[in-house]
Design a binder for this molecule. Structure first.
Ligand code: IMP
Length: 429
């Protein structure tokens, strides 16, 4: 039977999804992005060569894999053109295999200006967005005034609509935030360039996925960010502006929910987060420094240092059931090498009470104190281990404990950034 696999992060993003998607697409006919935008940064390392993708699905480096950007993704045309050009310079032919839904909202330069102006205005309450216009573009979509990708096929009428939207954006930029307006003529000439370069990529993603399904093909739905950044289920307001959870794979690509056959949750062996917001297991000591240094914890999109902490099983367990995760992939196990003790948070203390479910609001989550379980670490290197038998006993115990706490089997373990440094315990296709 063909498979429809959703792959998503179950923490605050940066779990290493790009590498796993790239690995799994060996047996896929298509990869679909269904939410987020170029706020994502998916790093792939193949035989030592690094590629960072932001908008283009991580299957692009495999020939014969159809890559699609669904209606749930907000598309920045200038960033997309830059990414396509970089891929072409590296010898890849992305344009022949990429299809973009006409329903995807477009990110305009004024969305970027609004995102940055809003963040500045929030002052110490800033969310720490990537500053790429993601939030304002989703706002316009929900307010039913957004410009959609399909409109690039008629640049003149697209410019008319962009002109109307810019009037509103410029009013906000100048009157509300006191910053410069965006010159409409500059955007209009950009629209014509975008149309020339990108209109040929517009296509019916929903129908293409259905055709592949009818042909018994395998499709992978590639999540971006992570469950705890979901606009509804995450640590609101310190979240991104899309639904990052599994349900979005269906509505963000225009297919029915029963098409999905497996949901793989990617978790790091510890926790990281970029930007502001509650993070109960965050570390400010030498163990935190160890994770940051050995895990190279800097954002792939913004280069910002990531906050680091112990594995939080309270949040991860909930993320598993919110997404119907039935298969787990643990990444960056090797980053824990040489730590003498490894901690896992199994419950919180909030106002004197022990709780096993996270509170619904960020303020209370911020006050939660983690209760830890301590596991012995290991001194041997696990880098590049290819089977469980190559792992030290303590590392195997750590993985078994995660399986037990999350109640989901671990099918893949990653022990280094390269495609090769991966242990596939169960074949998902
Ligand atoms: P936005 O998506 O740019 O609006 O940013 C909202 C929040 O999501 C900020 O805390 C960002 O740091 C975070 N964020 C957005 N994209 C990613 C990602 O790909 N990985 C990790 N964090 C992200």
């Amino acid at each position: 039977m063909s498979k429809k696999l959703v792959v998503l992060g179950i923490q605050w993003g940066d779990e290493g999804k790009g590498k796993i998607v790239d690995l799994l697409t060996e047996r896929c006919d298509a990869v679909v992005r269904f939410q987020g935008g170029h706020n994502a940064g998916h790093t792939l390392v193949i035989e030592g060569q690094k590629t960072v993708l932001h908008l283009v699905p991580s299957g692009i480096l495999r020939k014969n894999v159809q890559c699609m950007i669904g209606n749930g993704v907000v598309v920045a045309p200038d960033a997309l053109i830059e990414e396509l050009n970089a891929l072409e310079s590296a010898g890849c032919e992305p344009r022949q295999r990429l299809l973009i839904s006409p329903g995807s909202p477009i990110i305009l330069p004024s969305h970027v200006a609004l995102d940055q102006a809003r963040e500045r205005a929030r002052g110490k309450n800033a969310i720490g967005t990537t500053g790429r216009g993601i939030g304002p573009a989703y706002e316009d979509k929900a307010a039913r005034r957004g410009i959609r990708f399909g409109e690039l096929s008629d640049p003149d009428s697209c410019c008319e609509r962009v002109g109307e939207l810019l009037e509103y954006h410029n009013f906000l930029l100048t009157s509300r935030f006191g910053v410069d307006a965006i010159a409409p003529d500059d955007v209009f000439s950009e629209v014509h360039r975008w149309s020339q370069e990108l209109a040929g990529l517009i296509g019916d993603v929903s129908n293409r996925v259905y055709e592949i399904h009818q042909d018994n093909g395998n499709v992978l739905f590639e999540g971006a960010q992570g469950t705890l950044l979901d606009i509804d289920q995450g640590t609101y307001p310190f979240v991104t502006s899309s639904n990052t959870t599994a349900g979005a794979a269906a509505c963000g690509s225009g297919v029915g929910p029963l098409m999905m056959t497996t949901v793989m949750g990617i978790v790091k062996a510890y926790t990281t987060r970029v930007g502001a917001g509650p993070f109960p297991t965050e570390l400010f000591d030498s163990d935190g420094d160890h994770l940051a240094k050995n895990g190279h914890e800097f954002g792939a999109t913004t280069g910002r240092p990531r906050r680091c902490g112990w594995f939080d099983a309270v949040l991860a367990r909930r993320a598993c059931w919110i997404n119907s995760v039935d298969s787990l992939c643990v990444t960056k196990l090797d980053v824990l090498d040489s730590l003498s003790d490894i901690k896992i948070c199994t419950s919180y203390k909030l106002d004197g009470e022990t709780i096993k479910q996270p509170p619904w609001d960020s303020r209370s989550l911020d006050r939660c104190v983690p209760n830890y379980e301590s596991l012995p670490g290991w001194s041997e290197s696990t880098v590049g281990a290819r089977s469980l038998s190559e792992l030290p006993r303590e590392a195997k115990n750590f993985l078994s404990r995660l399986e037990e706490l999350l109640d989901v089997p671990i099918d893949i373990v990653s022990t280094g950034p390269d495609r090769e440094e991966t242990m596939v315990l169960k074949n998902l296709f």
